[in-house]
Design a protein around this ligand. Structure first.
Ligand code: PGA
Length: 253
């Protein structure tokens, strides 16, 4: 059985004071090892958050990284720096990076490769815009986003990676995909990878993201190809996030 993951993407939110309270509450509540828990604060708070996690069962992730290993790249942060401050995961290709910062699938694939080269687990975010869904282009869009990584890094690279399916129309909108809609695309993604390598496809964790809340998490996570969630807004509230974690963990019992 695939171990579920609940990951919190704080985006550009938080302060040292707010983070301390949030992390304390998460560390106190998330003690199960059956389900993985990851939090992804902004870069500047990573190391302090890592100290607060005290080597417990909550892992640290970053929200992005540079595709280059080092050098003259003002403002960028490398994979080895993320590793150095305690990260084990990193998001790549979040839809906000793609839409607001012009990241194309080739750059996302290079970031995925950079993460893997330093032993970080990349969480490859994929998903379609509303107009794509309405034009029945979901599968084509998601396939192209995944293919860019398969082409650059090879199918074997997915043995050390996670995919997050995040329909763009569901992110931060309160409009969640139904469990059936999530399952349909997750199954498509898994089959896409199974065709290349049956073992890697079967073992890959595919998270759902987009307006997951305590109230809808269990129904979504119960779907056979949904292996947990990538949580934005609700990851900033300790009681919501820990309830989402508990929903995933209850399914592992
Ligand atoms: P949301 O964000 O949970 O606030 O919709 C999810 C994400 O962007 O990862």
């Amino acid at each position: 059985m695939r171990r579920k993951i609940v990951a919190g993407n704080w985006k550009m939110h938080g302060s040292r004071t707010e983070n301390a309270a949030l992390v304390e509450a998460i560390v106190a509540t998330v003690t199960s090892e059956r389900t993985a828990c990851v939090i992804c604060p902004p870069f500047v708070y990573l190391h302090e958050t890592w100290r607060m996690l005290r080597g417990g069962s909550v892992a640290l992730g970053a929200q992005d990284l540079c595709a280059e290993a080092m050098g003259a790249h003002t403002g960028e942060v490398s994979a080895s720096m993320l590793k150095d401050v305690g990260c084990t995961y990193v998001l790549v290709g979040h839809s906000e990076r793609r839409a607001l910062y012009g990241e194309d699938s080739h750059l996302v694939a290079r970031k995925f490769a950079a993460a893997l080269s330093k032993g970080l687990t990349p969480v490859l975010c994929v998903g379609e815009q509303l107009q794509d869904r309405e034009a029945s282009r979901t599968e084509a869009i998601v396939s192209a986003q995944i293919d860019a990584v398969v082409q650059l890094c090879g199918i074997q690279s997915f043995a050390q990676a996670v995919i997050a399916y995040e329909p763009v129309w569901a992110i931060g909108t309160g409009r969640t995909a139904t469990p059936e809609q999530a399952q349909e695309t997750h199954a498509f993604i898994r089959q896409r990878l199974v065709r290349e390598d049956a073992k890697i496809g079967a073992g890959l964790r595919i998270l759902y993201g987009g307006s997951v809340k305590a109230g809808n998490a269990r129904d979504i996570f119960a779907m056979p190809d949904v292996d947990g969630g990538l949580i934005g807004g609700a990851s900033l509230k300790a009681d919501e996030f820990t309830a989402i974690f508990a929903a995933a963990d209850s399914l592992a019992a």
